[in-house]
Design a protein around this ligand. Structure first.
Ligand code: ATP
Ligand code: MG
Length: 583
């Protein structure tokens, strides 16, 4: 398990192998220097303390200073380099995951809750990061140190050295068992923190609902329960971790007693000098810290392997796939051929056997009650989803054959829930056409009747929106989204209830702008407004995932009862006004 993770990490770290190698070299030097400390104990004890050698005494302080200086310096440098490599690696991972997120099909991205994905991108990569900086460093540096120390000890007196080192396999075994348990618990704790993240996220977004439905208490209770679970898991992790240290401590004591007894016996018998004995003892004592560090590193490896698994899970999601053909603006039109659709991982058919020709350069309006499948139908055109059965064609060619980017290049979209990005108003509009000049953006905003409210914002076009920024009303958002679409000037325009949020006056204005926009291109509009419906070249009436009727307004108003009902319900507000006036 550990090896696999290390191997994977080293694979990920391939771009930084140069750095790692240099760091490794430095750690070899640092550990050799550590070993020489134990080595020095013998001459100091035998020649200076017992033999009273003045030349050695004079050299001693210099040697010690030089040794510690060099060791400190190499240790510092290698830690710095390792950290550099590992921080870059974890950022690479984050970038990879983010890039992946952007390539996920809309359906796949929606399957995981946002909190979980966020937690993976942020927390799990943070768990993997120390693998190189701490674990790899520990394994190499401390591994070298142990080897040199063992070599020093064996060169002094092999049997005494071997006796003391038999203790360590036992230590390592005990520590490993504990760390395995710690890992499993740690995994649960990670999941719990993802839940917590999600809860906080959701509560910020749903603050209004929470307040109105008086959910504060129950949410707080749930949060407290989740916090407690998290606390329990982390406490368990600590128990296992500290437990493994306890085992190391106890075994250390036993080993120490053994070594002291046998070593004392050897000295008394005159087989070794006190210098030999203390040199070995120093070497042994000096191996404790590295061994402890290595056993701790083992725990980190297991944490990281769980995190890495979750990361790889995301990285292995299937990406959107397009074809090779370059999509061109429609000259005949779009068609849906026997299209049926259900959302991934659901059972119900949302679209049933749809046959539809959407003529190029004309306005096609879709009407139907809520839940009829209107938004779903238009999501097939930019290939947010693919039909479960049947095909969507552009000028007779299956959309799947087109290069995704070239297909989407043709489409302007004003969707039902408009998202403002954390950027200035200007950038939010320029989303429609990267690199658009300020004049173009302002012209688009004017056409969408957004200019008037934008100039009244605190910093006008430079006002930051979204996260930590300024929020806009529903109608303002819509006008901004329309400006985006106007700026893009796409041959295919998709409007999902584009003006439903507007008041009567703004609606009229936007309507004029939209009409100009619609006239010259292939437009599909989910319409709730009478003027659009009446003037549409083709009206499509949908209900329960089926097309109930299609044609021009004058044709179907008499033959389709559902359409009649919808039509009059749309016009009702306008009829109410004169009634009130009569009173
Ligand atoms: N992401 C999704 N996963 C599963 N089912 C979905 C998803 N989105 C919509 N549905 C279901 O598909 C059906 C059609 O939804 P759709 O959003 O297309 O309706 P609509 O005609 O646009 O309605 P409205 O006028 O309210 O916007 C609904 O029954 C809805 O519950
Ligand atoms: Mg809808």
């Amino acid at each position: 398990m550990g090896q696999i993770v290390l191997k994977k990490c080293l694979q990920l770290a391939r771009p930084y192998w140069g750095l790692l190698l240099l760091a490794l070299l430095l750690s070899a030097v640092a550990s050799a220097l550590s070993g020489s400390v134990a080595w020095l104990v013998k001459p100091v004890l035998d020649d200076i303390f017992i033999g009273k050698n003045y030349t050695y005494l004079r050299l001693l302080p210099l040697a010690i200073i030089a040794l510690y200086f060099l060791r400190g310096f190499t240790t510092f440098l290698q830690a710095y380099l390792m950290r550099m490599a590992s921080l870059r690696l974890s950022n690479d991972l984050r970038e990879k995951m983010y890039a992946k997120l952007l390539k996920l099909p809309v359906g796949e991205a929606g399957r995981e809750t946002a909190g979980r994905i966020v937690s993976r991108v942020i927390n799990d990569t943070a768990t993997v990061e120390p693998i190189l900086a701490d674990v790899f460093k520990t394994l190499t540096l401390e591994g070298f140190t142990i080897i040199t120390l063992v070599a020093v000890a064996i060169s002094r007196r092999w049997d005494l050295a071997l006796l003391s080192f038999t203790v360590f396999p036992a230590v390592a075994f005990g520590a490993r068992k504990m760390s395995r348990k710690a890992r499993k618990t740690r995994h649960r704790a990670q999941e719990e923190i993802a839940n917590l993240t999600h809860r906080v996220n959701e509560s910020i977004q749903g603050l209004r609902e929470i307040k109105v439905y008086r959910q504060e208490k129950s949410l707080l209770q749930k949060f407290r329960r989740e916090l407690y679970a998290y606390y329990r898991f982390l406490l368990k992790v600590t128990k296992y971790r500290e437990g493994s240290k306890l085992i190391v401590d106890i075994l250390t004591g036993v080993g120490g007693a053994l070594v002291l007894t046998y070593g004392g016996f050897l000295i008394v018998r005159g087989s070794i000098t006190p210098g030999d004995f203390f040199s070995i003892l120093t070497a042994i004592l000096m191996t404790f810290t590295p061994v402890r560090k290595i056993s701790r590193a083992y725990t980190s490896i297991h944490d990281a392997s769980a995190a890495l698994e979750r990361i790889e899970d995301i990285l292995s999601y299937p990406e959107e796939k397009g074809g090779r053909r370059k999509a061109k603006a429609p000259h005949k039109g779009l068609s849906l051929a026997r299209v049926s659709f259900k959302y991934p991982h659901t059972a119900d058919w949302v679209l049933k056997d749809i046959e539809l020709e959407i003529p190029a350069g004309k306005v096609t309006a879709i009407v139907g009650p809520s839940g009829a499948g209107k938004t779903t139908l238009i999501s097939l055109i930019p290939r947010f989803y693919d039909p479960t059965l049947g095909k969507v064609l552009l000028d007779g060619i299956d959309l799947k054959e087109f290069d995704l980017s070239s297909l989407r290049e043709l489409i302007g979209l004003v969707s039902q829930d408009i998202v403002l990005f954390n950027a200035t108003v200007y950038e939010n509009i320029a989303f429609g056409k990267p690199g658009a000049s300020r004049e173009e953006v302002i012209a688009a905003a004017k056409m969408a009747y957004a200019h008037e409210f934008i100039v009244k914002l605190p910093q006008g076009y430079d006002t930051v929106l979204g996260h930590k920024g300024f929020n806009l009303s529903g109608g303002q958002k819509q006008r901004l989204a329309i400006a985006r679409a106007i700026l893009k000037n796409p041959p295919i325009l998709i409007l999902d209830e584009a003006t439903s949020h507007l008041d009567a006056v703004s609606e009229q204005k936007v309507q004029q702008a939209l009409e100009k926009l619609m006239r010259t291109r292939t437009t599909i509009v989910i319409a709730h407004r009478l003027s659009t419906i009446r003037d549409a070249d083709l009206l499509v009436v949908m209900d329960h995932g089926k097309i109930v009727d299609q044609g021009r307004h004058e044709e179907i108003i008499n033959r389709c009862p559902l359409y009649r009902e919808l039509y009059y319900s749309f016009s009702r507000p306008r009829k109410v006004i004169p009634l009130k006036k009569k009173k």
